[in-house]
Ligand binder design. Structure first.
Ligand SMILES: [Zn+2]
Length: 334
């Protein structure tokens, strides 16, 4: 995320007083299955430990954005990784210093993703949302996200030690306790990128994963100051836009209440009608229908049906388990 200027938040603030769990360096057992967003607190090796994972700061930030998100969707939140009902935040300490990581510039996120993946944070059902207590050498950059398929990845990150404009800190932790702040939405912005939004097929698509239609949009990019407050202004680009073939957040498996599609039904044998066919084409039709050819016998028939199927069992158009044998009788012609 490139920041030119933050303006005031155009949304009502919500006070949050969530509890926080004790520190964990592992992903604790999940309360729910299915796809979910796992929150992390990452520090460079020399980063001061502000205990944002255990003092309630990250929990407050997450509660802020989740309340906002539910208000935008009519009730569905992002499906978050929780443990015993609280957001499960993993603490992760990099082996590299702030300046070593910051030297990656626009690719700080990529470096952090490499590090957590190497440490086993690779659950295929999860994307990771990191509050990173470090900075970047790239100017006016407060965070970063992947953007599959163009930029594959599973980590979204805020750079808490970065600055924008005339040295304004990107994130002021205490503000998350008094209500929704822009950076609470900035992490959602990066999470959305990491889920593949905004896809290039969206009508107001601009600048690699953003929309151009309103500075109030969560995923706006442009020359105006970003004043986020709305998830897809007009619902015409990425949430509930219902554009055929275009990725839509309303269908995302990362939203609460969206269940995974049912597994495809097992392939069945639907018996083809092979009466009147010679044996070889009858055999091909039966195999193509996921059935098998059973015993082949002979039966009296009129002369013109000699060598052709005159009886079959089971009957045509009946459905059976895959591989069911179809018995055939070929006409003798007399
Ligand atoms: Zn962005």
């Amino acid at each position: 995320m490139l920041i030119t200027a933050f303006a005031g938040l155009a949304v009502a603030s919500t006070h949050a007083s969530p509890a926080a769990l004790s520190r964990a360096t592992v992903d604790r057992p999940d309360d729910v299955s299915d796809q979910q967003v796992h929150v992390m607190y990452i520090l460079p090796s020399d980063g001061a430990d502000a205990e944002l994972d255990t003092n309630g700061t990250i929990a407050a930030s997450v509660a802020n954005f989740e309340t906002w998100f539910r208000g935008q969707t009519g009730g569905q939140g992002l499906r978050l990784d929780t443990y015993q009902g609280q957001v499960d935040v993993t603490f992760f300490r990099s082996t590299k210093t702030d300046s070593e990581i910051a030297a990656n510039g626009l690719y700080v996120r990529d470096e952090l993703e490499r590090e957590i993946r190497a440490s086993g944070f690779t659950d295929p059902n999860k994307i990771y949302a990191a509050y990173y207590g470090g900075s970047t050498s790239a100017p006016n950059t407060c965070g970063g996200g992947a953007w599959p398929p163009t930029l594959p990845g599973t980590l979204a990150a805020l750079y808490l030690g970065a600055t924008f404009g005339a040295g304004y800190p990107c994130y002021t932790p205490a503000q998350s306790f008094s209500g929704l702040q822009i950076m609470d939405l900035a992490i959602v912005h990066e999470v959305m990128h990491t889920l593949g939004f905004v896809p290039a097929c969206a009508p107001h698509f601009t600048r690699a994963g953003h929309v151009s239609d309103s500075p109030n949009d969560l995923l706006y990019a442009g020359d105006a100051p970003w004043t986020p407050g709305v998830l897809d202004v007009g619902h015409d680009d990425y949430f509930g836009a219902h554009i055929p073939g275009c990725l839509d957040l309303a269908q995302s498996q990362f939203l609460e209440g969206n269940s995974p599609p049912p597994p495809p039904p097992p392939v069945s044998c639907v018996v083809p009608n092979v009466k009147g066919k010679r044996l070889a084409p009858a055999r091909r039709a039966i195999v193509a229908s996921h059935c098998a050819v059973g015993r082949v016998t002979r039966a009296h028939s009129r002369a013109k049906l000699k060598g052709r199927v005159v009886k079959q069992s089971p009957a045509p158009r009946t459905t059976h388990p895959r591989g069911t044998k179809v018995r055939l009788a070929l006409g003798t012609g007399r």
